[in-house]
Design a protein around this ligand. Structure first.
Ligand SMILES: *[C@@H]1O[C@H](CO)[C@@H](O)[C@H](O)[C@H]1NC(C)=O
Ligand SMILES: *[C@@H]1O[C@H](CO)[C@@H](O)[C@H](O)[C@H]1NC(C)=O
Ligand SMILES: *[C@@H]1O[C@H](CO)[C@@H](O)[C@H](O)[C@H]1NC(C)=O
Ligand SMILES: *[C@@H]1O[C@H](CO)[C@@H](O)[C@H](O)[C@H]1NC(C)=O
Ligand SMILES: *[C@@H]1O[C@H](CO)[C@@H](O)[C@H](O)[C@H]1NC(C)=O
Ligand SMILES: *[C@@H]1O[C@H](CO)[C@@H](O)[C@H](O)[C@H]1NC(C)=O
Length: 572
């Protein structure tokens, strides 16, 4: 993902009162602020087990893969400051996706075809197990082009050094193809057809239509643009960081990216530059026509299915051949001001990698934090099953509430009093902001108050409400940040999602991963996920508390609550 028109700098600099240039793509460029200030102040918002570099700006995950049993994560990084700029591919490796060893930047500007930036891209494992990176380079004309880099030494499992193809760029906008020079980026992992041709898609747009431009190649070096895109959707704007992969119709195992067949569906995910949301559809891919068609009922727009209904962007999956999982990485942006980011000296974290698979319904994906995170669990606390009466708040004691994992199930003794869902309440985020945690209902709000101060001056509320809909009960999941911090200078947007569970026959589960300034929540066993960034001023470190609550008028059964402190991971 990213930006364009850096060439306009000279022009813009005449008007640079604040040193801030607003560009049409994703990021502001803060020209005067590109040096890092190392701060000796305490760092209450750094995370204990989420991936982040020791300092500076990080955005998209790039080229995640496993090679010779070692996991690799590359990411968009500014070596010179806590704001976007000077982008290189930073690199870390791991044997468990939780503890990481940092290495030198793997890909950085060195050729004409990437001299103004090495932007996002993906790994493809070529026959013989050789990794290849396709990535977007910004050339001397600030045109977005696609380049190839391969490891220098395949005997080195850490793949420290990378060499670029001398024939870069391999794909570029021309007068012939009419591709927009500032809207052509983020190649996916390529897949191989039975015709021995590789295929890859690149995010783009024409006017306001989002496009997944398709290229094919016999040798991975010479690429030809296909006559039509793999897919497009009117009204969605620029598609950043597309991801296209197969999922098995049954079971939780992932499948290799080139896999085809009758027990396979495909997923297309795009990141919308206009809204900073991602959405995905499930559909059918025809390798002969090279067209992807979303299934009937799948919503191909910003109001479609999302991996995460909070902060989560520029995500990318990879197939882990070791454990046969498909694993999702995503960037979690700050919600604090740029001034605050500069003061703390860093910006951006990666979400805990999620295992993803197709739900039994075939209509959505399920996401669950990778099992390796459970290695960090200590001090399990269990609460016996109990009724949460109207207005009750129950403290979960005995865990480090600023760095914790909490899971519980809720059972609903009776549905008679359920509030009726107004047919106009179709936007879950809006509904959650109108009915925040402090608004009493009948069935709900009930859930967790996390990163709470002792007397609840500050808290982030993650909760459910149940409504009576047309012939079924509708479950709403919310993450309400409005009381998360006494500091007014943060984005405290409330997030929401409908969760496709039947609360009459299924218990309703909720899990939250809490890590100082991040709350990643999974509702309905991973059917809806919401990630929030929060910056408490009181609920810091050992001053943070954790509660289960029910502010509805009807009692709810809280069952099977377990919480753990999570140890610090070794990351930098
Ligand atoms: C940049 O644009 C100029 C003028 O259109 C062109 O001559 C030159 O080849 C371009 N440079 C690259 C690296 O594409
Ligand atoms: C390649 O990597 C292996 C394993 O790290 C190392 O022993 C070898 O010296 C490297 N070769 C070169 C040419 O750097
Ligand atoms: C190309 O993309 C840029 C960046 O989004 C946009 O400003 C411009 O209008 C686009 N040009 C065309 C011809 O669509
Ligand atoms: C990052 O967060 C800021 C502040 O909340 C927001 O304005 C911006 O759109 C976000 N960007 C992305 C990619 O989420
Ligand atoms: C609800 O909790 C009560 C009290 O702990 C327990 O006796 C009852 O069996 C529970 N009911 C359900 C449906 O879980
Ligand atoms: C209760 O929670 C534990 C740990 O979260 C889980 O392993 C177990 O399957 C749960 N049991 C039920 C009946 O939900």
């Amino acid at each position: 993902m990213a930006i364009s028109s850096l060439c306009l700098f000279l022009l813009f600099s005449l008007f640079l009162g604040q040193g801030v240039v607003e560009l049409e793509a994703s990021h502001h460029v803060y020209q005067n602020l590109q040096t890092s200030e190392s701060t000796s102040e305490s760092q209450p918002y750094r995370t204990g087990y989420h991936f982040q570099p020791p300092k500076n700006w990080m955005n998209d995950p790039n080229g995640p893969m496993i090679y010779k049993g070692i996991y690799h994560l590359f990411y968009q990084y500014n070596p010179k400051g806590a704001v976007w700029g000077n982008i290189v591919w930073a690199h870390s490796t791991s044997t468990d996706l939780i503890n990481w060893t940092p290495h030198d930047a793997a890909i950085y500007p060195s050729q004409k075809s990437d001299i103004n930036g090495c932007w996002s891209g993906s790994a493809t494992i070529l026959p013989g197990g050789k990794p290849a990176m396709l990535y977007t380079g910004i050339d001397p004309n600030n045109t977005q082009v696609q380049n190839l880099a391969v490891p220098k030494n395949l005997s080195d499992p850490h793949l420290i050094e990378w060499v670029k193809s001398p024939t870069n760029p391999l794909m570029a906008p021309t007068a012939m193809n009419q591709i927009n020079v500032s809207s052509f980026r983020d190649p996916t992992t390529a897949w191989l057809g039975p015709d021995k041709k590789w295929r890859v898609i690149i995010g783009s747009k024409i006017n306001h239509k989002g496009l997944a431009i398709l290229y094919t190649s016999k040798n991975f070096v010479k690429w030809t643009q296909a006559k039509h895109p793999l897919h497009s959707a009117e009204g969605t704007g620029m598609w950043e960081c597309p991801d296209f992969f197969p999922v098995a119709t049954r079971g939780v195992y992932g499948v290799e990216t080139s896999k085809l067949g009758s027990s396979i569906k495909h997923v297309l995910k795009v990141s919308l530059d206009d809204t900073k949301h991602e959405y995905y559809t499930i559909g059918t891919y025809n390798i002969f026509t090279d067209k992807y068609v979303p299934d009937k009922g799948q919503v191909d727009s910003d109001s479609g299915l999302r991996y995460d209904y909070g902060k989560f962007y520029a995500s990318k999956t990879f197939f882990d051949i070791l454990t046969q999982r498909r694993i999702l990485w995503g960037w979690i942006n700050e919600s604090s001001s740029v001034e605050h980011d500069i003061k703390k000296g860093w910006s951006g974290v990666q979400a805990i990698p999620r295992n993803i698979w197709l739900d039994k319904s075939g209509k959505q994906l399920i996401q669950w934090p990778i099992v390796e995170i459970e290695k960090l669990r200590v001090n399990q606390v269990k609460l016996p099953s109990k009724f949460l009466k109207a207005g009750s708040v129950v403290e979960v004691k005995g865990v480090t509430a600023s760095q914790a994992d909490i899971e519980a199930s809720f059972k609903i003794p009776g549905f008679e009093k359920a509030e009726v869902l107004d047919p106009s309440w179709t936007n879950p985020q809006l509904l959650c902001s109108q009915k925040g945690a402090s608004v009493k209902g009948a069935l709900g709000p009930f859930g967790f108050l996390v990163l709470s101060s002792k007397s609840l001056e500050e808290y982030t509320a993650v909760f459910f409400r149940i409504f009576k809909g047309h012939g079924k009960y509708v479950v709403l999941m919310c993450s309400d940040q409005s009381r998360s911090s006494l500091d007014a200078d943060n984005d405290k947007t409330t997030y929401g999602a409908f969760v496709d569970v039947d609360p009459v026959h299924e218990s309703l589960s909720l899990r939250s991963l809490i890590d100082h300034s991040i709350v990643e929540s999974f509702g309905g066993g991973g059917k809806a996920c919401i990630t929030a960034r929060v910056y408490p001023t009181l609920a810091i470190d050992h001053e943070a508390h954790l509660y289960a609550f029910n502010y509805g008028t009807e009692k709810i059964n809280l069952t099977n609550l377990s919480a753990w402190s999570l140890k610090k991971a070794q990351i930098s």
